[in-house]
Design a protein around this ligand. Structure first.
Ligand SMILES: [Zn+2]
Length: 467
């Protein structure tokens, strides 16, 4: 197979920054050598990519996406084809999406239907978590089989009663099973029973606008559920617990306490919580619906705690929770009743750039950027080694990143299949220039060169951040 050399760039990983050339043979990285060294000069290449003045970084790992997710009587607007293409444009070369168990059905049926949706359509590699919405003796047994086939993480919801919700007993039983089979528990930590009471009261009082979505999903109900999840996991024997889309300062504090106690507890936040705040929900007309997601956008004061958590490793991962719904025809389902606005927003394309902007702004270091966006999510979900770093033996998932390019984020130029951008008009410094997925150039100096079906399913090991 073809030899590719990426020449003259600064290779940035979670651990190192080195001026090095990178040699690729087929789908794998086979060597790094100091630029201009005898070793590098001896390489023969069919294709040389000039990375002078650029960063050479691992392809991003987005551990939280929802392509084509059925929700609230509609479905997320990105398919696996459009969503993974947009991911690649933004420098993400692996997505971990959520297969869904429907109530009354098996995990197998849910997982098989997600395999079918993704097969032959993805531009970059993909893996699956499994959403447990019906914890029964049968689905608990199935968890063991899924771990064996590389679907090693299971998401539970303390929110959305009547839909995905599991009560504490079901949560405990799933956690016990994960503790025994090596699986990881992912938790949507919000007290959905209490939230539904507040929703009902708000609607009855005529408070129906999008802004009320943020108010009823109280920060303390996120913190309370986070605390409860941590304690239930301890009682269950301590499976790795990964709390998704942490947005409240009070919830970060719960994670910090758990981690200080040495518990295998991890936290994820998302760009929307780092860069946007609840004033967006109060935009005039029905515009606030564009920003409805759960957990909700919080008052700006929470952002400092999230950045601090990322710096101190109380939060380990930034994923997108990419779950796009068009404003027209989808978000509009909730006019006159905020509780009917489909929950979710688009973001898979902009994570790497926004986090690079955070480097420019001084929130995080360059290596921490790569850690939270590539290496830590790969380790968390059993992909490290193949994904998440630039090293001999790794898949040649590589981004040549121009740290000096300037761009403006907009729905008119993005590649996600959705009719608005939550970052409309935002100026950022830095841009993805060229992207390789398993040795294949899929984006060539900002020209699309990928194809649906190149992306392959990646079976995952169990969590690499424990034991
Ligand atoms: Zn989600």
């Amino acid at each position: 197979m073809a030899h590719i050399v990426i020449k003259g760039g600064l290779v940035v990983t979670a651990a190192d920054e080195i001026d090095a050339d990178v040699l690729i043979d087929g789908e794998k990285i086979v060597a790094l050598a100091a630029g201009g060294s005898a070793a590098a000069e001896a390489w023969t290449a069919d294709h040389v990519i000039d990375a002078a003045g650029k960063y050479v970084i691992p392809g991003g790992v987005d551990a939280h996406t929802h392509m084509e997710l059925p929700f609230g009587g509609t479905a997320a607007s990105d398919t696996f084809e459009t969503g993974t293409r947009a991911a690649a444009w933004g420098g993400t070369t692996t997505v971990v999406d959520f297969a869904v168990q429907e109530k009354g059905k098996s995990l197998r049926e849910g997982l098989d239907s997600w395999y079918a949706k993704a097969a032959g359509r993805c531009a970059v590699d993909y893996a699956f978590h499994m959403i447990l919405s019906d914890v029964t003796d049968a689905s608990l047994r199935e968890m063991d089989l899924l771990v064996g086939e590389g679907v090693t993480s299971f998401k539970l919801f303390m929110a959305y009663p009547g839909v995905f919700y599991s009560d504490d007993g079901r949560v405990l039983r799933a956690m016990q099973r994960a503790a025994a089979n090596g699986g990881t528990i992912m938790m949507h930590a919000e007290n959905g029973i209490a939230i539904d009471v507040l929703v009902e009261q708000a609607l009855a009082a005529g408070r129906t606008d999008p802004r009320h979505h943020g108010e009823v999903r109280h920060a303390l109900l996120e913190a309370e559920a986070t605390h409860r999840a941590v304690q239930l996991a301890r009682v269950a024997g301590g499976p790795p617990l990964y709390v998704v889309h942490v947005s409240a300062e009070e919830a970060v504090r719960e994670l910090a306490v758990a981690r200080d106690a040495g518990l295998p507890v991890f936290g994820e936040t998302c760009p929307q919580y780092l860069f946007l705040s609840d004033d967006r929900l109060r935009e005039p007309g029905f515009e606030g619906a564009k920003y409805v997601c759960s957990t909700p956008l919080r008052p700006r004061e929470h952002q400092a705690a999230l950045w601090r958590g990322l710096r101190t490793d109380d939060l380990q991962v930034v994923s997108t929770d990419h779950c796009p719904f068009c404003f027209r025809g989808q978000k509009e389902l909730g006019r006159g009743d905020f509780s009917r606005i489909p929950n979710g927003l688009p973001g898979v394309e902009h994570r790497m750039d926004l986090l690079h902007q955070a480097v420019v702004d001084g929130h995080i270091s360059r290596r921490r950027w790569i850690d939270i966006a590539c290496a830590a999510p790969a380790r968390m979900f059993g992909l490290y080694g193949r994904k998440g770093t630039v090293a001999p033996g790794s898949d040649a998932d590589i981004v040549v990143y121009d740290p000096a390019a300037e761009q403006t984020l907009s729905a008119t130029t993005h590649h996600m299949n959705v009719d608005y951008s939550v970052y409309e008009g935002t100026r950022v410094t830095g841009q993805v220039e060229t992207v390789l997925s398993r040795g294949r150039v899929v984006l060539d100096r900002r020209r699309w060169a990928g194809s649906a079906g190149h992306g392959a399913f990646v079976p995952r090991a169990t969590c690499q951040l424990v034991g």
